[in-house]
Design a protein around this ligand. Structure first.
Ligand SMILES: [Zn+2]
Length: 388
């Protein structure tokens, strides 16, 4: 199995220029190759590599870059061409591969060779062929067997390296007794069948004001001026901060679930349909449920169940209790169950999931203690996980 680790790089001024130059060269070659494909049609990886050798003979300055790294561009385009052909076969409408614009090309790869990690004193260094030894902060242990490294530049100008290693992993035993149903929502990010609630941090929502302020600042500044560039960079930094906060939150909550349970059941979300609801679209996209389920999928076992009737069905007796979005409490007339709407849904999701394996819901979950009702709102012993 392969694992990838991401670390921050701290190049000095000269190294930054070399890295930047590398990106420019890669982009130039990429665009040359795309030009050839658009003119002459499909090119195999070998064709592209021959083309690269020709280019190098004509343009000797290309020797200032690690040759294997340049060959990875052929591999990249080869993959893109094949993906395009596959899409066409599946009946999708496809265009042609597009040229990469300035500042769009933010990544290059060293495969197998041309790099090394060393340690001098207290500083870790990443040696890159034709660039030099760049300071790297290795904040966690990585396996020795490194397959390839990918250098990326973030929009705000920070450099990172993704190190892909071969890792030996022992597959854990999975017990269905340790399973849980999770209902995801906008107000509460996750409500599980054991009654644990995690509020939705809505990171983007909190930052909308500073973002708008920066946008106004950019708009006021003169096109092409140094001050405008500065403002743009700061705008990108805010965006990155939002992205990092969201990712951090999702990693923490998914790790907590993976630690506690072996199997997680969630609803199959019709996300695209939900995004069509414009009032909620931004909040839905901000939540990152898709990333959350992806993380759960590799941290433990994730099984999706059909979303039909999970909020309507009574989790104790199966009676149908229709309710609008505003109704936060599930009240069943037949069996008298009164329970939070999301909690009811989470239990239903668990029930549906266990049903796949012909397992009945555990007794203690069927006998959920009815919650107290005070002033029309649900007062419940809610245990909220501490997510920073
Ligand atoms: Zn009922």
């Amino acid at each position: 199995m392969q694992r990838t680790f991401k670390f921050r790089l701290y190049p000095n001024v000269g190294q930054s220029q070399k890295l930047q130059n590398n990106l420019a060269v890669c982009r130039w070659i990429y665009n040359k190759m795309i030009e050839k494909i658009n003119k002459e049609g499909f090119q195999s990886r070998n064709d592209l590599n021959y083309f690269l050798t020709d280019l190098k003979e004509r343009e000797p300055w290309l020797y200032s870059c690690h040759s294997k790294m340049l060959q990875m561009i052929s591999t990249q385009i080869d993959g893109a061409q094949k993906a395009l052909i596959q899409l066409r076969k599946n009946g999708n409408k496809t265009g042609t591969l597009r040229f990469s614009k300035h500042d769009e090309f933010q990544v290059f790869t060293y495969n197998q060779s041309g790099f090394d990690i060393t340690r001098i004193g207290n500083t870790d260094l990443l040696y890159l062929s034709k660039i030099g030894s760049v300071q790297i902060r290795i904040h966690r242990n990585i396996p020795q067997d490194i397959k390839q490294i990918t250098i990326t530049k973030s929009k705000s100008g920070k450099w990172y390296v993704c190190i892909t290693c071969n890792a030996v992993t022992v597959l854990p035993k999975i017990s269905l007794a340790k399973s849980v149903g999770i209902d995801v929502g906008i107000k509460n990010f996750a409500y599980d069948s054991d009654g644990f609630v995690t509020p939705n941090p809505l990171n983007l929502q909190k930052m909308l004001k500073p973002l708008a302020r920066m946008q106004r600042k950019i708009a006021r500044r003169q096109m092409g001026s140094q001050n405008r560039k500065k403002a743009l960079k700061f705008y990108q930094i805010i965006h990155e901060r939002i992205k990092n906060r969201r990712k951090d939150f999702l990693h923490k909550i998914s790790a907590q679930y993976a630690k506690k349970y072996d199997v997680v059941f969630v609803e199959r979300l019709q996300k695209l349909n939900m995004v069509k609801n414009h009032k909620l679209a931004q909040k839905i996209l901000d939540s990152g449920w898709g990333t959350f389920t992806n993380m759960l999928d590799y941290k433990c076992m994730l099984i999706e169940v059909p979303a039909k009737n999970t909020t309507i069905d009574c989790s104790r007796c199966g009676n149908k209790v229709p309710k609008s979005l505003a109704v936060r409490i599930h009240r069943c007339d037949r069996c008298g169950l009164v329970i939070g709407r999301d909690h009811n849904a989470a239990i239903n999701i668990l029930k549906k999931g266990l049903n796949i394996f012909n397992i009945k819901l555990p007794q203690e979950l069927r006998e959920v203690t009815p919650v107290e009702i005070q002033n029309g709102s649900v007062k419940q012993e809610e245990t909220t996980w501490l997510v920073r």
